[in-house]
Design a binder for this molecule. Structure first.
Ligand SMILES: [Zn+2]
Length: 151
């Protein structure tokens, strides 16, 4: 009502209609909604699923990417000379951990490892590393895909 009274003059006739006032407030509302959607989109992006390439089960999400020894992705060679590109994840609920932890040929000093398989199709997805209370998954990036449905 304040605005209505102050802007009420002949020069400003087209600006004082109730519809203009309504339009202004709805634009503010639209802006607020847009900001909210943007924030939600960003959250959604962080939750982008990472799937088993073979069976498309959810293994983890981008949100749980973690850096080990200062980096998320590592290029590592096993004793048989096979090179793996792995990404580190703090959680991977789509994996089952198989075998007895060993520190033989470990790629991460101080960490013992066991094999991590897809819990759904048993594809070898990488390794689970643990050291005391610390643990993470090192997953073979070539065996994973990002869920293209969510962006
Ligand atoms: Zn699978």
């Amino acid at each position: 009502m304040e605005i209505f009274i102050h802007t009420h003059n002949a020069m400003d006739q087209r600006h004082i209609s109730p519809s203009w006032i309504f339009k202004q407030s709805s634009e503010d509302q639209i802006e607020a909604v847009c900001t909210k959607i943007l924030q939600e989109t960003e959250t959604e992006k962080e939750k982008e699923s990472i799937l088993c390439k073979n069976c498309k089960s959810e293994i983890t999400t981008v949100e749980y990417s973690t850096a080990v020894n200062g980096q998320h992705a590592h290029i590592l060679k096993n004793p048989a000379g096979i090179t793996f590109h792995i990404g580190c994840f703090s959680r991977a609920w789509g994996c089952i951990v198989y075998g007895i932890p060993t520190d033989e040929f470990t790629w991460f000093a101080g960490f013992s490892w066991c094999v991590a398989l897809c819990a759904h199709c048993f594809t070898h997805l990488g390794w689970h590393y643990q050291s005391g209370g610390d643990s993470f998954f090192g997953l073979i990036l070539a065996n994973l895909v990002k869920d293209s449905k969510i962006h």
